[in-house]
Design a protein around this ligand. Structure first.
Ligand code: NAD
Ligand code: MG
Length: 385
């Protein structure tokens, strides 16, 4: 097997750094050819020195000279700025993009990768929430795979191997329930960022950790599942499973249900996506059923965690509604992380933005960009007050 050349967009993040661990452990299988970071120039430089990529991109243009100087003794090419992400995504120096940027910022480079015929391992769920129809259509047209990295979707993808002729009756997305499972609004109203940043089972970037605490993450994942697996909204169910051992399930037409299981460790779905269709051996700790004697399941409390109800509404409505939901949520989460608004205010911002921004049933890509921009400004205006 020849070496697969990987471009990690968002290499300094939680997914990006774990992907580099997978690459470092399998040098005969993978090389890192593109690394990108938004602000963390020091880590980007360290990564570049260790992995000797073809290209690095630093998003923050003010840091260009610092990165350039630090890599002066190497032949790593250095670019900066948002446009450079798209230009580099179009380059021929890699085979597979790991889309690990957080939020809407990941959309354009991912589209560019697909446009130029690259396979995509997709961690950046917001890309599908915003413009899933256009992204998946592009992948079909270019005949390139979009391989999920999100653990639930990787689980579903793994359950579907060998089932191409069999119809899916439904998928069951599992959710840990986050740090505030079982809590009520009178508790949530006082929650502060540092508490919300403590996830019981996973260590992840700040944005997805807050989304997990509000259950918005599961709502975004329902929309992600719709596009990845071509499902109707009523084929996607969420169940709370606090141990995060079953990563998700698929139910077929004969009532048979397949589940994919393992200890919660993002390196598994990351390496599965990079290596697909081959599994790669590793030494990570194994699940022992004697220590996990009980697996629990319960209904999500969407009356308390209203972000999930709003996401389901956006999923059912379709059109630009998921992109409006996503934009308002990004603004709300960053405001919460800066202690500007409370935990429950995040839901208010999303709900009011969904009510305000004009609905478009079948948006063009331009219209998705516009809805995103309008939703962001409106959501931000709510927070100023
Ligand atoms: P993170 O915050 O740890 O890392 C984000 C990366 O994106 C960093 O490298 C950062 O430099 C880059 N970035 C941030 N803003 C950017 C911008 N405006 N332009 C360009 N680059 C930018 O996030 P993460 O936890 O690694 O998550 C990345 C994506 O993967 C998210 O979409 C998240 O939902 C998804 N995901 C993450 C996990 C996880 O365990 N961390 C699990 C499932 C899915
Ligand atoms: Mg997930």
């Amino acid at each position: 097997m020849s070496q697969k050349r990987i471009a990690i967009f968002g290499s300094t993040g939680s997914i990006g750094t774990q992907a580099l661990e997978v690459i470092a452990a399998n040098p005969e299988k993978f090389s890192a050819e593109v690394l990108t970071a938004q602000t963390n120039d020091e880590l980007l430089v360290q990564q570049a020195i260790k992995f000797n990529p073809n290209v690095v991109v630093i998003g923050d243009e003010k840091k260009y000279f610092k990165v350039k100087e630090a890599l002066a003794g190497t032949d790593v090419k250095v670019f900066a700025g948002e446009k450079a992400l798209e230009e580099v995504a179009a380059m021929d120096c890699y085979d597979l993009m790991l889309a690990a940027i957080v939020g809407y910022a990941g959309l354009k480079p991912t589209l560019e990768a697909l446009e130029t015929g690259k396979a995509v391992a997709l961690a950046n769920k917001e890309t599908l929430v915003v413009a899933g129809d256009i992204v998946m259509k592009k992948a079909m047209e270019k005949r390139v795979p979009v391989i999920p990295v999100d653990s639930e979707h990787s689980a579903i993808f793994q359950c579907l191997v060998g089932e191409t002729r069999n119809r899916i009756e439904k998928v069951i997305l599992t959710a840990s329930g986050g740090p505030f499972r079982g809590k009520k609004p009178n508790f949530l109203v006082n929650v502060k960022r540092d508490h919300a940043l403590q996830h019981p089972n996973w260590t992840m970037g700040a944005k997805i950790t807050i989304d997990s605490a509000t259950l918005m993450n599961k709502g975004l994942e329902m929309i992600e599942a719709k596009w990845l697996f071509n499902l109707k909204p009523d084929q996607i169910q969420v169940v709370i499973h606090p141990q995060s051992i079953i990563h998700s399930m698929v139910q077929f037409e004969d009532g048979s249900i397949k589940a994919q299981m393992g200890l919660p460790d993002m390196k598994l779905p990351i390496q599965y996506a990079l290596g697909f269709p081959n599994r790669i051996s590793n030494n990570s700790p194994r699940l022992n059923f004697r220590t996990f004697s009980t697996l629990n399941f319960e209904e999500p409390d969407i009356k308390t965690f209203r972000n999930l109800a709003l996401a389901i509404e956006a999923l059912n409505k379709g059109g630009n509604m998921p992109s409006i939901l996503n934009a308002a949520n990004e603004i709300a989460v960053y405001a919460f992380l800066r202690n500007r608004i409370g935990f429950l205010d995040m839901t208010e911002v999303v709900e009011q933005t969904m009510d305000k921004i004009p609905f478009i049933e079948t948006p063009t890509l331009e219209e998705y960009f516009e809805s995103d921009g309008e939703a962001r400004s409106f959501a931000a205006s709510l927070i100023q007050m």
